[in-house]
Design a protein around this ligand. Structure first.
Ligand SMILES: [Fe+2]
Length: 284
């Protein structure tokens, strides 16, 4: 594992972060969450994690294999954590990157998935994959579909299962298998994120520690005309979404995808109207 990822800081320019992502398929951005934000977010997450166990049901046997039995999961994060909604989902660096990488391919981008993975001792190397294969039916080549991140909510180390990324794999032929020395370990301090494209090979590393839980969050955004991995209308229904800031409502998919200005039509209407406007006027 001798490959490396560029380390930048949340205060660096969006252009420099985009350039690193386009060159390597991924980058580490340190300082994405300020220490006080990180502490507040973790304070909200800890009691949620205490209510779940790693032994749980998944959608299909493929996910049983993918996630294993040593990881605690929190989903529907927008409905459970105010800090996520106000400080993470709408983070200016993440949205700045989405503006550069996703906006050219759609009328608006949206949240794909926000998923806390607390990978416990004994968690195995995750299957190395490309996130965008959830949209396998989109013919290639295609515009960038997804921008993803794994945010370190504790320090990520090689021992506790820091995400492993294959720099350059976003440009590889689909069938090429990485050699051991082509992996980079996304070791980084808490509050940092590894940010990568949907086409970049990666996976959670093995947790070889005796007692450390590697708490991280997968947070990804997708073109507004694709179906999202998590069903946000069920995860964060109108009764909850109504109380959220408008920008969060929009990212959760309550805003119609209106491509009129691109010569197209609209998606995601309710009663031929824009649901986010209906949240605003009290009719939803
Ligand atoms: Fe992934």
């Amino acid at each position: 594992m001798t490959a490396t990822l560029t380390h930048l800081h949340a205060g660096d320019s969006i252009e420099s972060i985009v350039a690193a992502i386009e060159a390597d398929g991924g980058v580490i951005v340190e300082g994405l969450l300020r220490p006080d934000t990180l502490e507040r977010f973790n304070d909200e997450i800890t009691p949620l994690l205490e209510q779940v166990t790693p032994e749980r049901k998944f959608l299909n046997p493929g996910l049983d294999f993918f996630f294993g039995t040593r990881t605690r999961h929190i989903t529907a994060v927008a409905s459970k954590s105010r800090t996520f909604v106000t400080d993470v989902l709408v983070h200016p660096v993440l949205l700045g990157l989405c503006d550069a990488i996703l906006a050219p391919g759609c009328a608006r981008y949206q949240l794909n998935l926000a998923h806390i993975l607390d990978r416990g001792p004994g968690a195995e190397q995750q299957y190395i994959h490309r996130d965008e294969l959830v949209w396998v039916h989109v013919p290639r080549p295609h515009p960038e579909l997804q921008l993803a991140s794994v945010i370190a909510l504790v320090d990520f180390t090689a021992e506790n299962g820091a995400t492993r990324v294959v720099p350059g794999s976003h440009r590889w032929p689909w069938e090429r298998v990485p050699e051991t020395d082509e992996f980079a370990v996304a070791a980084m301090p808490a509050g940092s994120a590894v940010i990568y494209l949907g086409s970049t090979l990666h996976g959670g590393g093995p947790n070889s520690t005796a007692d450390q839980w590697r708490r991280g969050m997968h947070l990804s955004y997708v073109l507004g005309w694709l179906r999202t991995e998590e069903n946000h209308y069920l995860a964060t229904p109108p009764a909850i979404a109504r109380a959220l800031p408008r920008q969060a409502q929009e990212l959760l998919g309550y805003a119609a995808h209106d491509a009129l200005m691109h010569g197209g039509g609209y998606l995601g209407a309710l009663d031929l109207r824009d649901p986010v406007e209906m949240l605003a006027d009290g009719s939803l």
